[in-house]
Write a protein that binds this ligand. Sequence first.
Ligand code: MN
Length: 312
Amino acid sequence: MRTGRASALTDTGRRRPHNEDTFVCDPPLFAVADGVGGAQAGEIASRLAAAALEERPPGSLGTDTLTALILEANNRIYMRALGDPEAAGMGTVVTALLVDETAATIAVGHVGDSRAYRIRHDVLEQLTPDHSLVGELVRAGRLSTEEAEQHPHRSVITRAVGTEPIVDVHTETLAALPGDLYLICSDGLTDLVRDERILELVAAAEDDPEVAVQSLVDAANSAGGIDNITVVLFEILDGDPVPPPAPIAVEPDDDTAEHAIEPESSAVVSPAAQAAPVQRHGAGAGGRWLALFAILLTIAIAGLVIWWSLKR
Ligand code: MN
């Protein structure tokens, strides 16, 4: 199997002054983060989370990768909030999916009340538990799904990334099938558009992710747009896994200073390195050429000094 078309859209909605949602649509990684906090702190928190996710080392897959990235996001947001009174207490919910095309699986990493759904054979299924007050009550059998949808405190979350020094990340690995569609969205969609309607709108878009995400955002806005709305949609197709991007060849052809330093700024990742967790910021070839240049420079300066002292 392989990842097919993907599309993502975020919208401020009709009531909020800012958009505190952020998405990642960077195959094989897809995520939604919905920030919480005073002033514009929610925006900072969700962007910090997305940035941490986007630093995923190429080739690293699975739930361990997602947990590590979300814990890194947690640490960055928590530390930032400690040092900035305006951002105190900020946090974000994060729902991330990471596709492993070779294993035909999808890793889920999730904290909070954004949701991931799968549409398979025209059936919509929620993949993530809502870490919200009403979500916990529904799971405990003390509230029906219908009651939860109307509950005045339905937006109270019970877990967030960055509000505490550590966070409990919900993870799961799911088998993927060709024809599956995966949807990740913030509560700005699901508070206003019911699951049945989401399925109808995606079907009406004839599974075209770009058309579907636009019509889902439009539906939430038509229903009031009371919150920021973010939707990420991607499809899984039959076929061979897409090979990782070809490594950038770095062959320094002379030892000028310019060429010696250049490789530092462009990540060099061999296919072998992509198969395993890699250290992206190692010295590598660039470091060696820089060291050689430094040695040559030292010899040249020493020679000059000797020549100058002999001349006297
Ligand atoms: Mn929201």
